[in-house]
Ligand binder design. Structure first.
Ligand code: B12
Ligand code: SF4
Ligand code: SF4
Length: 309
């Protein structure tokens, strides 16, 4: 079956995805970058990234055997809100300010896209992924034309910037036209590399062993002491290498209700389990559980007291 690419792209735009592009569901050469990154130890404690499971990341057809094409979508998450805090509050990464879980929000949107396409071309099987399958999401989104991979390793779109999530719909048919990767627009800029407080951007990759995002969201254990001193007031995630990116200067905000800020800059206070649940239960911050959150608060408080000395 050959399907008009416009039918698929228009369905994605109609379901509220600001970015949409199509690419072939074929093995990707960037797989070797991912393997090299893991072999250099840059995945730190994220064991799910080390499990190559017979190379599943190299070919989307190992996830969905019927796959022929892939719809890649981007959903903006930047909202109106502070760009920094100077009043002693903590910093939560922008992507976690709202109440919506982005996996659910994008996933449900992609199922609706599939239903729209079915209404136009007839029934077919498909597979949705939003950070939920072992896929090289940025690599395929680049191929589909959604942006270039910046030196901060984020996918960047001109003019929308990089404050967007990625999701994919694996489709069992060819389309009339596929996207093209856009040119790399980083040029001679190195703002993200210079601004990273822990020098985590190494040889074109993020070394998770040094990244604040890894330590405040993913890690079960405490970060090494010298590193913690560079975490500042970060309580969950880190946005610095995107905040300084010139392509984000005019980044638009989203109207998506579930991403509107409810918890942008909380006070740096440890919480009891019931308080944590009441405040963060429905937000991405719930991922750290109360223990991880309080660990992050302690680090931020130590950093604040050192700064005051
Ligand atoms: C593991 C992971 C992390 C780790 C490691 C980050 C990293 N840079 O690898 C940690 C916990 C640190 C992390 C942090 C964040 N993450 Co994260 N993360 C992932 C995850 C699950 C896998 C990424 C991965 O495989 N890393 C391994 C390395 C090797 O991959 P990579 O850097 O992406 O490189 C690939 C390609 O970009 C390409 N490539 C790399 N360099 C170059 C250079 C050139 C020139 C070319 C052509 C290609 C190329 O080859 C690689 C293989 O595909 C993806 C979801 C997914 N399944 O892809 C989300 C994902 C990348 N994360 C995302 C987000 C939003 C974040 C944070 C912003 C969250 C936060 N605020 O704290 C930060 C950003 C930090 C940063 N600068 O990357 C988004 C990115 C959206 C975007 N616009 O790019 C993703 C895609 C999730 C999603 N579905 O939306 N993340
Ligand atoms: S997310 Fe923060 S710590 Fe990680 S690479 Fe970017 S600036 Fe550095
Ligand atoms: S800050 Fe500069 S080097 Fe880094 S991703 Fe943005 S444009 Fe590229």
């Amino acid at each position: 079956m050959l399907v008009d690419a416009q039918i698929v792209l228009e369905a994605a735009l109609a379901e509220g995805f600001e970015l949409a592009g199509l690419t072939r569901a074929l093995p990707h050469e960037d797989y070797l970058r991912q393997v090299a990154w893991v072999e250099r130890g840059m995945a730190a404690g994220m064991t799910y990234l080390k499990d190559h499971r017979a190379g599943v990341r190299q070919d989307p057809r190992l996830i969905f055997p019927e796959a022929v094409s892939m719809l890649c979508v981007g959903k903006l998450y930047k909202t109106e809100g502070p760009s920094r805090v100077e009043d002693g509050s903590g910093w939560i990464s922008r992507y976690a300010w709202g109440t919506a879980d982005y996996h659910d929000l994008l996933g449900q949107g992609l199922h609706r896209v599939a239903e729209r396409v079915k209404a136009a071309v007839g029934p077919f099987a498909y597979r949705v992924a939003v950070d939920t399958a072992p896929m090289l999401e940025r690599s395929y989104a680049r191929e589909a034309g959604l942006g270039w991979i910046g030196k901060n390793t984020c996918l960047i779109h001109e003019p929308l910037g990089s404050w967007f999530f990625l999701g994919e719909l694996l489709l069992p048919f060819a389309v009339t036209e596929y996207g093209q990767p856009p040119a790399d627009r980083c040029g001679t800029c190195t703002a993200c590399i210079e601004a990273c407080p822990t020098a985590a951007i190494v040889d074109g990759s993020v070394d998770s062993n040094l990244c604040i995002s890894y330590w405040t969201i993913e890690a079960k254990e405490e970060a090494p002491a010298p590193l913690k001193a560079a975490f500042g007031n970060h309580l969950f995630g880190c946005d610095i290498c995107q905040d300084v990116c010139p392509w984000n200067r005019r980044a638009p905000v989203t109207a998506e209700a579930g991403f509107q800020p409810t918890n942008a800059c909380p006070p740096m206070e440890e919480m009891r389990e019931d308080e944590f649940r009441a405040k963060f239960r429905k937000t991405p911050v719930a991922r750290t559980k109360v223990g991880g959150y309080n660990r992050n608060v302690k680090v931020a408080l130590e950093n604040r007291s050192k700064k005051a000395l």
